[in-house]
Design a protein around this ligand. Structure first.
Ligand code: SAH
Length: 347
């Protein structure tokens, strides 16, 4: 196992059979070995700095029906909301004052926020905060829409591929969603010039070591600028209500392998990881993650953006959230790094 990790570190790739063996057979010792190498790589690239991004969950209305997700269209129990443009700009203002220099607009695929409306919001943020990065995470669109949003001033886009194994993808999504379209979106985003993030859930139902091997091979080939990956956690009003949550240890192991394979990648210690384990985000940083995405949404709305049960909502006040985070990170020898934190910007 350690020999495989050494080879990954040297050659930055493994075969499908080797990846599969690694995921099927890893133990704590292997995981810690990988974490040590990953941490060293992150330290060499980013020092003891962790970038922070402000997450604005601006709508929980969604036309899709992903079986895992708590805000799926078919969940009649979700209390639906949309933020107004002014509310979104208010989140940015509070975030900016606290020190945030990246805003991440995330939401369901809400038809109300068509390209024109969304472009207007992006343009307003761009005009108000020329020194900030704008990240979008609003699902699948035609290429022309991605282009329009890029022209309006968006710089980055997060669209997790969820799983790179087609058969697995089809067990996580209803028929009207397509693996090919998700992949088409990702390649369009990258071609347009977005710093592009993909990623997968760890331990989602029906995931096998082979699925994770396919994820690693896909990440190798696609070379995303960002990888968002966290444990699957069940939501009680979804078809996967009764499924087991993904493992924190496996998630940490995957984070380390991503860091070793793609040394420069922006790698968040996700909210799901922080929800699954109280110390999850710090353990993520120690496994090679270099980004944390605190919540900037209005506190009253956060309980309604429930992708999975017990999702951590974070502190109400942006400045206080950062001071708590700063204190937690300083205990492990890390600090928040102010700035946009672009891909490759550390070099
Ligand atoms: N509509 C956007 C944003 C989706 S929410 C899009 O399609 O990209 C962001 C991410 O949360 C998803 O990509 C998914 O990987 C994750 N997520 C959703 N439900 C989850 C669950 N039950 N457990 C863990 N992660 C989940």
């Amino acid at each position: 196992m350690k020999a495989l990790i050494d080879r990954l570190n040297a050659e930055k790739t493994l075969s499908r059979a080797e990846w599969t063996a690694l995921f099927a057979g890893f133990d704590d010792e292997t995981r810690e070995y990988a974490a040590e190498i990953a941490r060293g790589i992150a330290r060499a690239r980013f020092g003891n700095g962790v970038y922070f991004r402000g997450l604005i969950e601006f709508t929980n209305i969604c036309r899709n029906n992903c079986y895992y997700c708590g805000i799926r269209a078919g969940n009649a129990c979700a209390a639906r909301y949309r933020l107004t443009k002014d509310e979104i700009l208010g989140c940015c203002a509070r975030g900016y004052a606290a020190g945030f220099r990246t805003f991440v607009l995330q939401g369901g695929e809400d038809p109300f926020f068509d390209t024109e409306r969304l472009s207007g919001i992006v343009a307003a943020i761009r005009a108000g905060y020329p020194d900030c990065a704008i990240t979008l995470s609003v699902g699948e669109m035609p290429r022309g829409d991605y282009e329009a949003l890029f022209r309006a001033g968006a710089n980055r886009y997060l669209l997790r591929h969820e799983t790179a194994n087609r058969a697995h993808y089809e067990r996580l999504h209803p028929d009207r969603m397509s693996f090919d379209n998700r992949m088409r979106c990702l390649s369009d985003l990258k071609a347009i010039g977005y710093q592009t993030g993909c990623g997968m859930m760890i331990g989602s139902p029906f995931q096998t070591p082979e699925c994770l091997a396919d994820d690693m091979l896909f990440l190798r080939a696609f070379e995303p600028q960002m990888i968002g990956t966290g444990p699957f956690l069940p939501h009680h009003d979804t078809p996967f209500a009764g499924e087991a949550p993904g493992s924190v240890e496996l998630t940490l192991f995957v984070l380390s392998l991503c860091r070793i394979m793609l040394p420069d990648v922006l790698l968040p210690a996700t909210t799901a990881l922080g929800t699954a384990s109280e110390d999850g985000r710090r353990r993520g940083v120690l496994a090679g993650a270099n980004v944390i995405m605190p919540n900037l949404s209005p506190a009253a709305r956060r309980k309604d953006y429930m992708l999975y049960d017990n999702k951590a909502t974070g502190g109400e006040d942006a400045a206080e959230t950062l001071s708590v985070l700063r204190a937690h990170l300083s205990e492990i020898g890390y600090e928040l790094r102010v700035g946009r934190g672009d891909y490759g910007g550390n070099r």
